[in-house]
Design a protein around this ligand. Structure first.
Ligand code: ZN
Length: 198
């Protein structure tokens, strides 16, 4: 099993395009949303949730949490969780810190699992399917957490190819929580996860 994760959305079009591809392959993903974008596109948030995907917290305004006070960190996380809960009825728990930046203060302040990644598609940088797909698939293994961004249109065709390969090679493509639960991890505690490789 592997988990595809999408950061920085939701986006007015690309997120829906990715939802269509996921449903075509009977796959599910985790979308780490910005509160500011969830506020702009509540209908997209609802569609992501209603399709059976997981929504996580990527803070309200994408600031580097290591540069904020504990109070500011709490506000970034809680305001985003409340906005998403208001739209979907379910309070998200998983947190992905912007830029993957964490330190002791971030870990001590946030009472939720912090979800980093072990496979970086660099899709935000290359904006090129021919570069994104091999970066993800060359070394894909059971338990991987793969970082993508649903705000870039160039990521959409890459997701189609990645999913086609994963499904053809019998990987289950499921949410981060489903994968970590299936691997026996306790998600009620603060803990940093990079993958579920064992
Ligand atoms: Zn981000």
């Amino acid at each position: 099993m592997v988990a595809l994760t999408f950061d920085d959305g939701p986006h007015s079009k690309n997120t829906d395009d990715i939802l269509n591809i996921l449903s075509k392959y009977n796959a599910y993903a985790t979308f780490f949303m910005l509160g500011s974008n969830a506020e702009k596109y509540p209908d997209v948030v609802k569609r992501v949730f209603d399709a059976g995907n997981e929504i996580g917290i990527h803070t309200w305004s994408h600031k580097e949490l290591t540069k904020l006070s504990s109070d500011e960190i709490k506000k970034e996380v809680d305001n985003t969780a409340s906005k998403i809960e208001k739209i979907t009825g379910k309070r998200p728990t998983l947190v992905r810190p912007p830029y993957g930046s964490i330190n002791e203060n971030v870990k001590n302040t946030i009472d939720n699992p912090l979800i980093l990644w072990n496979v970086d598609s660099l899709d935000w940088k290359s904006r090129d399917k021919e570069k994104i797909v091999p970066l993800v698939l060359n070394d894909v293994q059971d338990g991987d957490i793969i970082l993508l961004h649903d705000i870039h249109s160039t990521t959409v065709p890459a997701v189609e190819e990645i999913l086609k390969y994963l499904v053809e090679n019998d990987y289950q493509v499921i949410t981060v929580s489903q994968m970590l639960n299936a691997k026996g991890y306790d998600l009620t505690k603060t803990r940093v996860f990079y993958s579920a490789r064992q």
